[in-house]
Write a protein that binds this ligand. Structure first.
Ligand SMILES: Nc1ncnc2c1ncn2[C@@H]1O[C@H](COP(=O)(O)OP(=O)(O)OP(=O)(O)O)[C@@H](O)[C@H]1O
Ligand SMILES: Nc1ncnc2c1ncn2[C@@H]1O[C@H](COP(=O)(O)OP(=O)(O)OP(=O)(O)O)[C@@H](O)[C@H]1O
Ligand SMILES: [Mg+2]
Ligand SMILES: [Mg+2]
Lengths: 166, 165, 165, 166
């Protein structure tokens, strides 16, 4: 199961539609301070259903909407799509070979979730991702400045990480 | 469920020792379950997971006394141990090597290359040495217009054939 | 006491804007006192110190949304502003530039050199570029015996004459 | 007022007496991960009277005593000395041109503080350092991984920093 693309529009510093096509192998994202690298990571967490703005360095849900810049107004809505290549059939309930998970947000509104263009409830989306080993505490995404938490955490918390993985 | 935890723990424990050997050459790392009342007000029902690290040439060191780089290496060892025991399809690591010196970044890169075919690693970094792990590079920039741009290119890895040969 | 705080704040505010100009060229930083009930359950008696940063090309950004490197630059600006307003005899900075890319490390180094005669800076780092700030280098190593060793040498700064000329 | 030397013995990874002679100008301390750089910073904080083991990455006060290594037993006591060059007369109460501040600890015992070889109470030492602009919240020592705290702290906490400096 391979994450083949992340598409963003109106999300944080990506007002225009941008597609990150992920090839096979190790992908290394580079760039200067403040260029937008961690924003891509936030987009991935957000699209997988994050309900905690602080997890995305935001204070309110609408903070992830492009806030405007020189000569460009703020975005009214944003959307992030995660494209999974299901060639190995790991997503068992669905019989698609490609799965597009989309989250959309209108300023001041509720979020919207779609799987292959069909609207779903957030719980369905989270369950689908969990079946394939994603979501569930996001132990597969390590945010900037957070790597040492595993060592400073309590033994009980680490046990919880293992139980989740088990 | 209890049985599954024990199996998982056994696998993670083994992998942790292996990965720690790569990140702490000449040293060792091990996981163990804590004793019933080791961590103070324990409900006593479920032991926690203790991490012990012994960098090369040193004695087993209390985790808090370890250096910034050593803590990062210990955390990376745990993360990879979890991954090897119960793989997730992809991992996104954002500047996890910020505290590492060049030598240790090299060991981290070696780890990524070793398991590159078993999971999809997406690594965010501002360190040059980490780029050596790449099969593909994604360059993010922001112009004076406050808008992020992205370009990408595949990285030919001829050196890998040489290394494997 | 109230008067002294106002004077101190005025000085720190001015220096913050100046230092931010060096660390965020084309951008700006400013300090202000918070409004009476801006931060929620305020006892109302003493306004807090708010930090606003506007990196080049961007709008004033909520602090939490800033990048790791931008936050470090903002914190370093505040620290230097405090120092310039009310100097302490020495400052020990342990890897404060870990999140900075090479360009920003260069700006940090420029700041250290600019004020090197006004306070004693002791800077711990594992980054090569930061060594360019040194008048003296102190190399710490640990052998296989678990014991730290230290060697030091003075760094001739001929380039500084050229830069000043 | 210039910190001209830090002398350590038996402290963390420095079992043998070691002297860090600090020249005028910017001092840059370099070395591999785990070599002992931050331990020198801990020594400085400890010698200035730190009562909080966690500030030094320790759990108990005795954790700062050299714990032993291959073929070398643990230290029974440790000592850190900070040598200040008072040539500009900033230490007003004392008429010395050089001031040596020493802290000593015996395993399982109480700490001992000395100024120019004379035993003093900790409060005297802290007051002396405060008069010269040191100690007091240690705002002049920024520990590893702690630089961002200024930005993530509350406005009231930053005000406190200013009030201390004022
Ligand atoms: N909603 C938003 N609208 C517009 N710009 C935003 C928004 N949220 C964040 N940004 C901008 O994105 C920038 C941060 O980007 P990001 O955290 O991805 O940087 P980075 O490449 O990870 O940098 P570093 O190497 O310092 O970690 C900030 O400067 C901020 O101004
Ligand atoms: N009481 C002690 N006795 C012996 N060794 C100790 C003691 N306390 C800490 N150490 C050793 O000191 C090492 C940490 O040193 P320190 O934190 O100074 O490293 P560092 O040079 O700052 O590295 P980094 O670049 O990773 O931050 C640890 O490996 C630890 O084993
Ligand atoms: Mg980042
Ligand atoms: Mg350190």
């Amino acid at each position: 199961m391979h994450l083949s693309a992340i598409k963003l529009r109106g999300f944080k510093s990506f007002p225009e539609p941008v597609e990150v096509r992920l090839e096979r192998g190790v992908a290394v994202v580079v760039g200067p301070n403040g260029s937008g690298k961690s924003n891509v990571s936030d987009a991935l967490l957000w699209a997988s259903g994050s309900l905690s703005p602080s997890e995305l360095r935001a204070e309110k849900p609408d903070d992830v909407l492009f806030a405007g810049a020189a000569g460009r107004p703020a975005a009214d809505w944003c959307e992030v799509e995660l494209l999974f290549d299901n060639a190995d059939g790991q997503f068992t309930e669905l019989e698609f070979s490609e799965i597009a998970i989309t989250r959309r947000l209108h300023r001041g509104g509720e979020g919207q979730y779609l799987v292959n263009k069909a609207t779903v409830r957030r719980t369905d989306l989270v369950e689908l991702l969990a079946d394939v080993g994603l979501g569930g505490g996001h132990s597969s995404v390590i945010g900037q400045g957070r790597v040492e938490e595993i060592l400073s955490s309590k033994p009980e918390q680490r046990r919880a990480l293992l139980e989740e993985a088990a | 469920v209890e049985r599954r935890f024990e199996e998982t723990f056994g696998a993670v424990q083994q992998h942790f020792a292996d990965v720690a050997e790569t990140l702490f050459p000449g040293g060792e790392g091990r996981l163990r379950l804590s004793e019933p009342d080791e961590d103070g007000p324990d409900d006593g029902s479920e032991p926690g997971v203790e991490i012990e690290l012994r960098p090369a040439g040193k004695r087993v060191t209390k985790l808090s006394l370890l250096s910034g780089g050593e803590k990062a290496l210990g955390a990376i060892s745990f993360l990879f141990a979890l991954f090897l025991a119960r793989p997730c399809p992809f991992y996104l690591l954002d500047e996890v090597e910020a505290a590492l010196d060049d030598t240790n970044i090299g060991r981290f890169v070696e780890l990524l290359r070793r398991y590159a075919d078993r999971a999809q690693f997406i690594v965010i970094t501002h360190q040059k040495r980490t780029m050596e792990a790449a099969d593909s590079l994604y360059g993010v920039t922001m112009g004076a217009d406050g808008v992020s741009q992205l370009v990408s290119r595949r990285v030919p890895r001829a050196s890998r054939q040489a290394a494997v040969a």
